[in-house]
Every structure is written in C-alpha cells, then in structure tokens.
Design a protein around this ligand. Structure first.
Ligand code: SIN
Ligand code: CO
Length: 374
C-alpha cells in the first residue's frame, strides 16, 4: 500500500477523502517513476493512448490532443509546456501495480493513472478538477500551490479551464515519492521546478445527469410492452390541432408501466462502470489454446486480468468490460480474488463452471495466463 504518512486508510477516509488535502512526504520511498520522458512521448504518439500537449506562448494557452506526431514534438518551446497521457495503466504492468497500492478506495471509483512530463516552468495552469486525485511525484520536483477558493471563474477563450483569479493559500515543493491528495474542486497549480514527471491517480464520480441519462439508456433495452395507442370513443374536437387531455392521460398510463428493480440498478452500475472507454479494444488471442491446455497453464502459473480490463463484483455477479456474469456462490468465492486483486491462482480442483468462465474470458481477450506478456 502507499503510505499516507502514518494515517490509516480508515482514518484517511474519515478525515480527508472528499474533504481536505493531504500532503504525504515520502509516500512511496525510492519512487522515481515508471517510464522515461522518451517512453511517455512514444506513448503520446500511440493511436490507442489519449494524450494532450499544453503549451504556453506569450501568456496564451494552446492545447493539442493526441495522438501526437514528431512534428508536434519538434517545435516545442524550451520550457512552459506539458505533456499528459491518460490510462498509462492500460500499457504498463508497473502502472497497474502502482494503482493497486490505492485499493483502500473501491475499484468502482477508480479512473486511471495519468502521467505528465513538464520541463522547468511547465504546467497546465491553475485549475479545478471534478474528481479526487493523488498527485505522486516521479522524476524531478514540482511546486504545488493550492487554494480552497470559491471563485471558479475561468479565463475566457483559453482552450483549457484555467482559473482567472487563482489565490494560492498553501504551497510545497514535491520531490520524488512525495504525494499530494486533493479532493474534488480544490484549486491547484503545479509548476515544474526542473525536468519533472507527475503521476496522477485519478478517480471518477458520476454526475447525476450521467446517472440519469445512462440509466435511461440501460432501461431502453429492458422495456418491453405490448399494446398500441387506441381511441375507439374518439370525441369530435373543435380544434383538430389540439393534443387532447384524453390522449395525454392514455400516454401517461403507458409511461407509468416503466419500472425497475434493485437488480436493474445493480446491473446498470456494474455494466456502466466496467464498460471500456470508447477507444479501448480487446485483443483476442490469435491462436487460442484449447480449453484443457489453457486450464493446465493457468493452474501452473495463475491468471491475470488484461491491463485494459475492468472487473467489478456484486452479490454472486461479476461485471467485466460491460458484461454481466451471474455465478454460483462457489465460483463467486474463487473469482472474487481476480476481481479484487486482478490475479488469481486457481487450485488444481476448480469446478467446471469456473473453468468455463475463465476460458470464455480468455478467448474474449479479457484475461491472460500470468506468464504471458499483455
Ligand atoms: C499535471 O500532472 O501536470 C497536472 C495534474 C493535475 O493538475 O491534475
Ligand atoms: Co488537476
């Protein structure tokens, strides 16, 4: 686990999470990063990665979304720019291992690991984020200024939401391994003191608007009803353009039939929260092993979630990459290990149901045998 500076996860959740910032010196002793600047740049040019290049020129902010190309990188100023890459955990096993140190927060709340690089003076300007974030310093040092200010007015016509009147209340220089936790909507500004890389462990929280609209999308596939609008006693209308009260009442009673159960809420949450982002695709094995060879291999080496897979659980159910899988309580007891820890070492005697599910997920490209590169 990551060190929270002598605070237990339970106390952190009670006293800091979603409430106040926490600076932890030496949260991860010896940490200096997971990838080099060149490796990050290479990732930013990758089609599957989501990246942004932020440049400040003559006090004007410029933003370019990736994938970047060598041209973008060739004409960078000496300083005052920053490169940010999302979902680095989809590419590096070490990035997923880093995220696993934050398991005191449920997987359903986790978003991704974003890595940024900035030369001296670089950053993305003072801003708010809507989500909780742990900012872990990798290579170099970064000055973080923070403020609990309520003034959330942004600079007009900037391509990023940069605060117009940022009034820092506290600041620290973070060295490799230091970490700053910020709750949502806490103003902050990170300025590189030298060549610097920051690792942002970011969380997600659905907006109410997203919950409602996405739940309606989910329900759309579930609502099935018979019947059709009918009006055998139709009354003559003096205004044919009028939508009559009788028509409205009939539609009202049709709509009242829309209902949902606790099961629907559980399934909606599991499906939606485990659904891959739109740019994510799973690679199925080109020449899949036969079921018995696969099972033999995983009994020997163990099995791991693919780096891009998201797996959540609820009572006797798993949700993997937007799919629901209802299981027996025996299978649940086994596979919960995979959902919680992203790896599972099957006993030589696993039951047929668990074997079948694991094989299906292997063929879909959701899981891999532990010794296999992902
Ligand atoms: C950065 O790493 O440059 C920015 C991270 C943040 O402010 O959320
Ligand atoms: Co931020």
């Amino acid at each position: 686990m990551i060190s929270l500076g002598g605070i237990t996860p339970k106390d952190f959740l009670r006293d800091y999470w979603q409430q106040r910032p926490l600076l932890v010196r030496n949260a991860l002793p010896g940490f200096s990063g997971l990838l080099t600047r060149d490796e990050l740049t290479e990732l930013a040019c990758h089609e599957d990665a989501q990246s942004r290049l932020v440049i400040q020129r003559n006090s004007k902010w410029h933003l370019k979304h990736g994938p970047l190309n060598s041209n973008d990188l060739a004409k960078l100023p000496k300083n005052q720019w920053a490169l940010l890459v999302q979902d680095v955990n989809h590419f590096l096993p070490s990035a997923r291992d880093l995220l696993s140190r934050f398991r005191f927060i449920p997987h359903a709340r986790l978003d991704d690991l974003m890595v940024s690089y900035a030369p001296k003076g670089g950053g993305i300007g003072p801003h708010f984020d809507s989500y909780d974030v742990f900012l872990l310093q990798g290579m170099g040092s970064r000055r973080w200024q923070i403020s609990a200010q309520q003034d959330d007015r942004f600079i007009a016509d900037a391509p990023l939401k940069i605060l117009k009147n940022f009034l820092p209340e506290q600041e620290w220089v973070l060295k490799p391994g230091d970490m700053l936790y910020l709750p949502p909507k806490y103003a902050h500004n990170g300025i590189a003191e030298d060549d610097c890389m920051t690792y942002s462990i970011g969380f997600r929280a659905l907006s109410h608007d997203e919950v409602m609209t996405q739940f309606l999308v989910y329900l759309q596939d579930k609502v099935e009803t018979e019947g059709r609008y009918s009006d055998p006693g139709l009354q003559l209308q003096s205004h044919p353009s009028k939508i009559s009260a009788a028509m409205q009442a009939q539609v009202h009673s049709i709509l009242k039939k829309i209902s949902w159960s606790h099961d629907d809420i559980e399934n909606f949450l599991g499906i939606y929260l485990s659904e891959p982002k739109t740019h994510v695709f799973f690679e199925q094995p080109m020449e899949p092993l036969a079921p018995c060879a696969f099972l033999q291999q995983i009994k020997k080496n163990g099995v791991q979630l693919g780096l891009k897979s998201r797996m959540l659980s609820s009572h006797n159910k798993f949700f993997i990459n937007g799919e629901v899988c209802r299981v027996s309580s025996n299978t649940f007891k086994m596979l919960i290990e995979l959902a919680d820890n992203q790896e599972f070492f099957p006993s030589p005697h696993i039951d047929e149901e668990t074997e079948k599910i694991l094989y299906q997920w292997y063929v879909s490209g959701y899981i891999v045998s532990k010794n296999q590169a992902m």
